[in-house]
Design a protein around this ligand. Structure first.
Ligand code: ADP
Ligand code: MG
Length: 709
C-alpha cells in the first residue's frame, strides 16, 4: 500500500503543498480531473477529502440476502456464464444461496478475459434494482485471496466520486491507494490545529492520529474518535469565527442612532390597507429597538412566503427616512425589484415619500438622475437589483440597507454597501429571507446576525391543496385547469431549469409551452410565457399581462420562484416535480394561496421516481409547514451529495461535519467557542495562539466582512 515518493519531489517543497500530479499514480491528466471534480490541487487537499462512508470488507453477504440497494455489499461468487449482450458484458454470478447478474459497459474485453465461467471472485458494489431484480453495475472485482488479505478486520473508506473521476480510472480502490501514499508523505508535516487544553478537556485525539484513523480505521472505536475530533474542530472554528465577528462588532461598530419613528411612519401606519399581524408588529418593534440603540443593526428576518415581509421593510425604511436618512431595498432579480417598486409605491401613497428604482435595464438618462438623487439626498427610498452595488452608486447618507431573499446575495456583496454610506458609519442591515432554515443551519449561516421570525400568516389564507399526478394524466389535468379558468382563476405552470441540463430544459420548456397553447387555444385562452432568455422588456410585459389578469396561464421557469405576488392565481402546476428540491417546491407553492379562493398545487412527475423523489413529493402533499420541510430536506441530503447544495452559501465548506446530522455537536462547539471568547475576546492568551493562527487562514478571512465596515 505504501509507494515511495520520488526524492526529488520531496526535497523541493513541503509534501502538503506538493502539486497532486506528482503523487505516484496521478499524473497530469488525473490531476486535472481531481482539481476539476473535487477541488483537489495538492497532497494536503487530498488528505482532507474524507470518506463519506465505510464498508466492512471483511464480511461477505449471501446473494439471497441482498434485499436493498441501500448499501454496497461484498459477495463471493462463481461465474456461471458471461456473454455479450449488445455492447455490454452480462455475467451471472452464483453462490450457494442464489444468483445475481453483474453488468459491465466499459473495459469489457479485459473483464471477459478474467471472468471465465467456473472461476471464483469477490465482487463488491452497490446493488441496483432493475426490472424488479437486483444486479450489480460495474462491481469491483478481486481475487478471493487478495481481497481477504487486504480487508481482514478493516473498514474501507468510500470517497466522494463522480463519473468523470471513474472514467479517468480513479476508482474506489485507486483512491484508497492514493490516500495511503499521500498520508505517508504528509502526516509528519501536519501541525496540531487545536490547543492541547481543548484536546484534553474534550478527550479528543491529536490531529495526526485523527487523520490516519479517518482514512484507514482499524476498528469502529478509533474511527468514531477520529471523526468526532475532525467534526468538532470544523464546527468549532466555524462558530469561533462567527462569534468573534459578533464580539468585535458589538465592541467597536457604532451604529447610526435613530431616536424617532417620524411622521411618515405614523402616516403610513394609520392608512394601512389592513391591520398588521401580531408577528409583524413584534418584528417591527424589534427592528425599531435596534435602530435607536446606537449599535449597528444586523438582523435576519425570516418569514415564510406570504407572511408580509414587504410591509415590515417599508415601515423600517420609513423609520430611517423619519430620522433624515436614506434606505435601500435590494432584490435578487429584475422582476422582483419591479414588483417591490410597485407595491412599495402603493403602500407609500399619501405619505409624501416617493420611491425610486434602479436596475440593470434602467436607461442611461434615468440612471444618471437616480445617481444624482442618491448623492444629493433627494431620493429617500430606492429599490433595486445588483445595480445598486456598482461603484458609481453613492449615497448621501444611507441609514438602512434591506436585502430581500438573501440566499442569492453573497456576503461580500452585502459588504459592498458599507462603503456607500456617506457618513462613514455602517448602515443598519436587515436581511429578509423566505427560506425557512433549520435551527442548526441558521446558527451557522447567520451566526453573526440577530434573528426575527414572522411565524404567523395574515388572516384569511386558505390551505393549498397539494396533489401529485403522473404525466400520463395530463388530459384530466387540462380539464381541471379549464374548469378553474372558467371560474376566473389564473394558473402558473413551472418548468425546471437547471444549469447543467439547460439546453434540454429549454427544449422541454418550449415543448411544454407549445402543448399548452394547443390545449388552451387562443383567443379563448391567453397564455403568457416567461423565461431567462427573453429581454427584460418582454419579461416585464408578460409578467404584467399575467398580474393584471389579462393572461390565464403563465408558463415559466423557476424564475418566478421568489416573491412574485399575484393573488388571483390559485393553481400552481409544477412540471417534472421530481427534479426540484423540497425548499424550491415549497417556495413555488407559496406563490398560490394568497387570495381568498381555494388554491391548488399540482406536482406532475414522470412514472419512474427514485426513492428520494417520491419521499419529497409525499412530504409536499402532507405538510405546508416550511420548517418541517426544511428539516426533512436537510436530513435527506446525504453527505455524499457532491454538489453540496445543503451547504451552498455557507461561509466555509464543511468537509466532514454535517449540519443535518451533527446538530448537537454544533451547539456544543458554539457554546465552547462562546465560553473561550467570553474570557479572551481577542484571543490574546498564549494558550489561544493556535486559535488565532487557524482563524487567520484564508477560508475564515473571506467571511470576515465586519472588518470592512
Ligand atoms: P412575503 O414577502 O413575506 O412573501 P408579502 O409582503 O409579499 O409577503 O405579502 C404577501 C401578501 O400579503 C401581499 O399581498 C400583502 O399585501 C399581504 N399582506 C401583508 N401583510 C398583511 C396583513 N397584515 N394582513 C393582510 N394582508 C397582508
Ligand atoms: Mg417578498
Amino acid at each position: 500500500m505504501t509507494i515511495p515518493l520520488s526524492e526529488e519531489v520531496m526535497e523541493k517543497q513541503s509534501a502538503l503543498e506538493t502539486d497532486i500530479q506528482f503523487l505516484p499514480g496521478v499524473g497530469p491528466r488525473r490531476a486535472r480531473m481531481l482539481a476539476q471534480e473535487l477541488d483537489i490541487h495538492s497532497f494536503g487537499d487530498l488528505i482532507r477529502l474524507y470518506p463519506y462512508r465505510y464498508v466492512d470488507r471483511s464480511s461477505l453477504t449471501d446473494i439471497a440476502d441482498i434485499r436493498s440497494d441501500a448499501a454496497a455489499v461484498q459477495v463471493r461468487a462463481r461465474v456461471r456464464s458471461a456473454e455479450m449482450k449488445d455492447k455490454r458484458l452480462s455475467v451471472i454470478l452464483e453462490d450457494r444461496t442464489g444468483s445475481i447478474e453483474a453488468v459491465f459497459f466499459k473495459g469489457v474485453k479485459w473483464m471477459s478475459g478474467r471472468l471465465l465461467p467456473g472461476t471464483e471472485w469477490i465482487f463488491f458494489g452497490k446493488p441496483q434494482l432493475f426490472n424488479g431484480r437486483f444486479n450489480f453495475v460495474h462491481p469491483e472485482v478481486d481475487s478471493p485471496e487478495k481481497a481477504i488479505s487486504q480487508g481482514s478486520g478493516k473498514l474501507t473508506g468510500i470517497y466522494p466520486s463522480t463519473e468523470k473521476l471513474k472514467n479517468a480510472g480513479i476508482t474506489g480502490k485507486v483512491m484508497n491507494r492514493l490516500m495511503a501514499s499521500a498520508l505517508q508523505a504528509c502526516l509528519p508535516e501536519v501541525e496540531e490545529s487545536l490547543p492541547s487544553y481543548i484536546l484534553g478537556e474534550k478527550g479528543l485525539p491529536d490531529i495526526r492520529t485523527a487523520l490516519r484513523d479517518i482514512h484507514f480505521p482499524t476498528d469502529q472505536t478509533r474511527l468514531e474518535r477520529a471523526s468526532s475530533r475532525l467534526k468538532f474542530e470544523e464546527l468549532f472554528y466555524l462558530q469561533l469565527s462567527l462569534l468573534k465577528q459578533k464580539y468585535v462588532r458589538s465592541r467597536n461598530a457604532k451604529g447610526i442612532c435613530m431616536p424617532r419613528v417620524g411622521e411618515t411612519f405614523n402616516k403610513c401606519y394609520e392608512s394601512l390597507p389592513f391591520p398588521l399581524t401580531g408577528a409583524q408588529k413584534r418584528v417591527i418593534r424589534e427592528i425599531r429597538e435596534d435602530m435607536r440603540s446606537g449599535h449597528q443593526m444586523n438582523r435576519l428576518l425570516q418569514g415564510d412566503v406570504g407572511s408580509g415581509k414587504t410591509m415590515v421593510a417599508v415601515l423600517s425604511a420609513l423609520i430611517a427616512v423619519g430620522n433624515g436618512y436614506q434606505a435601500c431595498i435590494m432584490a435578487p432579480t429584475e422582476v422582483l425589484a419591479q414588483q417591490h417598486f410597485r407595491n412599495i409605491g402603493k403602500y407609500l401613497e399619501g405619505t409624501g415619500v416617493t420611491v425610486s428604482l434602479l436596475t440593470g435595464s434602467s436607461r442611461t438618462a434615468q440612471r444618471r438622475e437616480v445617481h444624482e438623487g442618491l448623492l444629493n439626498g433627494s431620493i429617500k427610498i430606492i429599490v433595486g437589483t445588483h445595480a445598486l452595488l456598482e461603484d458609481n452608486v453613492q449615497f448621501s447618507n444611507l441609514g438602512l440597507a434591506i436585502i430581500d431573499e438573501q440566499h442569492r446575495f453573497g456576503v461580500e456583496q452585502r459588504s459592498r454597501l458599507w462603503n456607500k454610506t456617506g457618513s462613514g458609519i455602517p448602515p443598519h442591515v436587515l436581511v429578509m429571507t423566505a427560506t425557512p432554515i433549520p435551527r442548526t443551519l441558521a446558527m451557522t449561516l447567520y451566526g453573526d446576525l440577530d434573528v426575527s421570525v414572522i411565524d404567523e400568516l395574515p388572516p384569511g389564507r386558505k390551505p393549498v391543496k397539494t396533489i401529485h399526478i403522473f404525466e400520463n394524466r395530463r388530459l384530466a389535468l387540462n380539464n381541471f385547469l379549464k374548469d378553474q379558468i372558467a371560474l376566473g382563476r389564473q394558473v402558473f405552470v413551472v418548468y425546471p431549469l437547471i444549469s447543467e441540463s439547460e439546453k434540454m430544459d429549454y427544449k422541454n420548456l418550449e415543448q411544454g409551452y407549445e402543448d399548452i397553447c394547443n390545449a388552451f387555444p387562443y383567443p379563448r385562452y391567453k397564455v403568457a410565457y416567461v423565461h431567462g432568455k427573453q429581454t427584460n422588456e418582454d419579461k416585464n410585459m408578460f409578467m404584467k399581462a399575467f398580474s393584471d389578469g389579462r393572461a390565464d396561464i403563465l408558463v415559466a421557469t423557476s424564475v418566478i420562484e421568489v416573491g412574485v405576488d399575484v393573488p388571483n392565481a390559485s393553481v400552481m402546476v409544477i412540471e417534472s416535480a421530481e427534479r426540484f428540491g423540497l425548499s424550491q417546491l415549497h417556495q413555488l407553492r407559496g406563490r398560490v394561496g394568497r387570495g381568498s379562493e381555494k388554491s391548488y398545487c399540482i406536482l406532475v412527475s414522470g412514472q419512474k421516481l427514485s426513492r428520494e423523489s417520491s419521499r419529497r413529493i409525499e412530504l409536499m402533499c402532507s405538510t405546508e409547514d416550511g420548517f418541517v420541510l426544511a428539516e426533512e430536506d436537510m436530513k435527506m441530503r446525504g453527505p455524499g451529495d457532491l454538489e453540496g447544495t445543503q451547504q451552498s452559501g455557507l461561509p466555509v465548506r464543511l468537509g466532514i461535519a454535517s449540519l443535518a446530522r451533527d446538530g448537537l455537536l454544533l451547539s456544543e462547539a458554539r457554546n465552547y467557542a462562546d465560553s473561550i471568547l467570553a474570557s479572551d475576546p481577542a484571543l490574546e492568551k498564549e494558550e489561544n495562539g493556535i486559535l488565532l493562527r487557524e482563524l487567520r487562514k484564508e477560508k475564515y478571512e473571506m467571511k470576515d466582512y465586519s472588518r470592512i465596515s
